[in-house]
Design a protein around this ligand. Structure first.
Ligand SMILES: [Zn+2]
Length: 79
């Protein structure tokens, strides 16, 4: 639910693995919409252990559009 707004200086977004499915954690499914096909190819962030997570082109576009919008104003919550 509430995601901490303590993102590091980099643009990498760290996802909470407890909120993701196994497939999402493995990079086999989009972390936003769960789509497994077409295979997500855009890196959208990573897990606390450094594993990369991916999203489809469409969702990556949504996230990239307004990267600086405060969490409370985001229209597209990941969960
Ligand atoms: Zn997606």
């Amino acid at each position: 639910m509430c995601e901490p707004d303590t993102r590091p200086a980099t643009d990498t977004y760290v996802y909470d693995p407890s909120l993701l499915s196994w497939a999402q954690c493995m990079g086999d499914a989009c972390v936003v919409c769960h789509a497994k096909w077409p295979r997500p190819r855009r890196r959208l962030g990573e897990l606390p252990d450094g594993s990369r997570v991916f999203g489809c082109e469409e969702c990556a576009g949504i996230i990239d559009v307004e990267p600086r919008v405060p969490a409370g104003e985001r229209l597209f919550a990941a969960h």
